[in-house]
Design a protein around this ligand. Structure first.
Ligand code: ATP
Ligand code: LTN
Length: 324
């Protein structure tokens, strides 16, 4: 059985990009793999976040994942900070990574831009992510396109560690979906849809009201050419709508492009498909949020299981490096 792991930051509300690029793959993966999914609250501390916001986002993100279809009887679901081995391995890997390679990470450059003071955790963020993965002997990591560079770094750190200290870590591989790996902001289709830089009209929340989804798609930026073509470079707005429709209907985006006579028709079809795909998730979400005790028990059990697996690898890595 392959081992699969992925994670999400509690930096805001789950959006359509998170769902199509990542979470949907997690739900299918739990059926046939030994799967670990978690909420990376420690990663969320790399940008300024109010403690009460972090607390409530962590609970809301856990409820969103369960509502999306993660099943605690089929996967291990937990909160990163509840498993202390993640920070334990991070230090060992920080002493494996170089300052130069961390500076080259595009997410560090993007998220650090324009800030008065950049937290050192933002620089070492991908090392914590590498620890997240390497602790569990993972084969595959289902993520959106933006995480490929971090996965490459994780692989390099694991290979370097194994060469220097002996075979310790399994080398993981990123799994990026063919369609939906990079959903763009509806108002600014050259930027990816994101929680931390969400624009009010550009980001579709998975729990959004159907009327809000309709409004956002109606106002989505297209272009003046009136053409319906799947061409990210020259028609990013239209291409993004085709990509969304393709991902929710499992139809080929090039064939979809030929189906519509104008932007109005494309937007209408996209609106209907998105509302229908998200409706059951939204309904379950509010029920799950009501059951706070059950949610707490699921996360507690998940962290206990994760911790017992992670401890074995951490002990191996510590000993390989010469720690008594
Ligand atoms: P933040 O803005 O705080 O970085 P985010 O919206 O980018 O948040 P993450 O928690 O960083 O979301 O990512 C969770 C998962 O969702 C990752 O696998 C990531 O690759 C994927 N993902 C994020 N944004 C998109 C997007 N626009 N399209 C497809 N996948 C995405
Ligand atoms: N960096 C990721 C979140 C993340 C992650 C991980 C993803 C932290 N640890 C381990 C996969 C595996 C992000 O910003 N989406």
């Amino acid at each position: 059985m392959a081992k699969v792991l992925s994670a999400i930051q509690p930096s805001g509300d789950l959006h359509l990009g998170n769902y199509l690029g990542a979470v949907r793959q997690w739900v299918t993966s739990q059926e046939e793999n030994d799967s670990y999914f978690f909420i990376v609250d420690l990663h969320a501390l790399t940008l300024d976040i109010a403690p009460e916001t972090l607390r409530s986002n962590t609970v809301k993100t856990a409820a969103s994942l369960l509502a999306s279809g993660l099943d605690p009887t089929k996967c291990t679901l937990f909160v990163q900070s509840h498993v202390p081995q993640h920070t334990g391995l991070t230090w060992l890997l920080e002493c494996t990574a170089s300052y130069g390679e961390l500076l080259r990470m595009t997410q560090f450059k993007d998220k650090g831009k324009g800030q008065d003071s950049v937290r050192s955790g933002l620089l070492t963020y991908p090392v914590l992510m590498a620890a997240d993965i390497l602790l569990y002997d993972i084969n595959f990591v289902p993520v959106g396109d933006d995480q490929k560079q971090h996965l490459e770094l994780t692989r390099n750190l694991a290979i370097r560690f194994n060469n220097r200290y002996g075979d310790t870590f399994v080398i993981p591989e990123a799994k990026v979906p063919e369609v939906g790996a990079r959903i763009m902001d509806l108002q600014n289709p050259t930027n990816k849809m994101s929680k931390s830089t969400a624009t009010p009209l550009g980001t579709i929340g998975v729990m959004d009201d159907p009327s809000d989804i309709e409004k956002k798609i109606k106002k989505a930026v297209t272009d003046s050419s009136m053409l319906i073509t799947y061409d990210r470079e020259n028609h990013p707005g239209v291409t993004n709508l085709l990509e969304i429709l393709s991902a929710v209907t499992d139809m080929n985006p090039l064939q979809l492009a030929e189906k519509f006579a104008n932007y109005g028709e494309l937007k209408k079809a996209t609106t209907e498909a998105v509302i229908e795909a998200l409706r059951p998730i939204r309904n379950r979400y509010y029920e799950i949020l009501e059951e706070k005790d059950t949610l707490r028990d699921i996360l507690k059990e998940g962290s206990e299981k994760a911790s017992s697996v992670a401890e074995v690898t951490l002990a191996k890595a510590r000993s390989a490096m010469g720690l008594l």
